[in-house]
Design a protein around this ligand. Sequence first.
Ligand SMILES: [Mn+2]
Length: 487
Amino acid sequence: MPEAGGFGKTGTVRYAVLGCGSTGYHVARELANRGEKVLVCDNDEARVRELRDQKLDAIARDIRDPSFLSGLPGFEIAFILSGDHQTNLAAVTTLRKAMPSVHIVARATDPLGAGLLESMGADLVLYPQQVVARAAIHQVDKLHVAGLAKRLHDLLAGWEGTLGIITHKNPDPDAIGSAMALAAIARHAHPRKLECRIFYDGIIGHQENRTMVNLLEIKMERLDPQVIQDCTYLALVDCPGPGMNNSLSPRTRVHVIIDHHQDGHGPEGTAFCDVRPGIGATASILTQYLQELDIPVERNVATGLLYGIRSDTRDFRRNVTPQDLLNAAFLLPLTDADLLDQIMSPSLSQETLDVLGNAIRNRRIHSGYLFSNVGYIHNRDALPQAADLLISLEGVNTALVYGISDDAIIISARNRDIRLHIGNVLDEAFGDIGDAGGHPNMAAATIPLTYFRRVKNKDALLALVMEPLLKKFMDLVGIDSEAGNGV
Ligand SMILES: [Mn+2]
């Protein structure tokens, strides 16, 4: 058996392709085309001559033979690609023993053989049939998105008048960035005949979101029923339907829906609907459209979209998919890095600081659950920030922060217990009396005060209402609310 150190006497190459049938040949050719030095071994002398004729560095060796490495130059990465399972298994065994640090990619001839190759020391096992299936599905997905983008573009190109783009209530960067991008697509499709206006309701509360709107010079108007009358067409971004996280009546006819939330899909008659719960941000979907349509992306639109993807995925740490990363990579060179930096590091408002302070001070922890009452709040966007902060506390798996505004009780929840879907729990606990739901790891609920709006002492009202609500929540997740001692 040759020593690992014995290689390299005749020079070193980076890659070796061991077993050179059609799969091996394609890998060797691809590497050679990239200018890489590749060593090829095959036991068929005639095949070796053929490969040499094609300017490949080929040597006749039977890779089943435990001494096949003797006299070969050293290499760092080996592709073991013959069409025979026993041959590949023998080669993996020999190679792993002789060259412990070499990186081994081996071909399986059936799914069962894959495990065996791995157990003998292959770092990566490829089963070509599966590789082909995945590539085919990836291509079909890409075709599907290209088709969607084109359909949206064609639709917009046929419209004249005003397109009202509506974000969800209290819009976040994903909603705002997506609205900007949809307006850019509409401008491209129909530059003179279709005017775009962006609407929102609630407030743009988070200091970073306000900075985004100011620095990117986004014109956003308040949504009121009268203005909606002025629009020829309506589009919803980052919310799944009329009346779902926006103040439209559920019967409002909307023409375009683009979203990534789980619940709901476009009502009948929606001209264009793309709701993809699998993806990390609506801004990701819009980025795909811009890419597929080959529309030049303006600096402020690219910056808005990238900020949308980053903030919805909490900087690529939450609900992120490979597609989100690809889209972010596409946007990065088109963005204004200084501007993004300014948006992401705005000054903290006094009120936000107070809410964070209250949330920290009033926290109560029970069996890994943290509850905190922040009392009366003016700016509801401080609440998710408080929840984000408190979930990072040691020993806390789930954080529920709640407060009261002039017209609603607001709950913001974060969760890192994988057995719990906090969105579903909030929906079950509060869905019958308000708007509640979200993702497995983040969720929110808004419970309107209706008749109790006029109650002056909001703090007392909050304590009164929350007691049975928290009990219901605790019963659902299975903590003993009695032992919780007034949690
Ligand atoms: Mn979103």
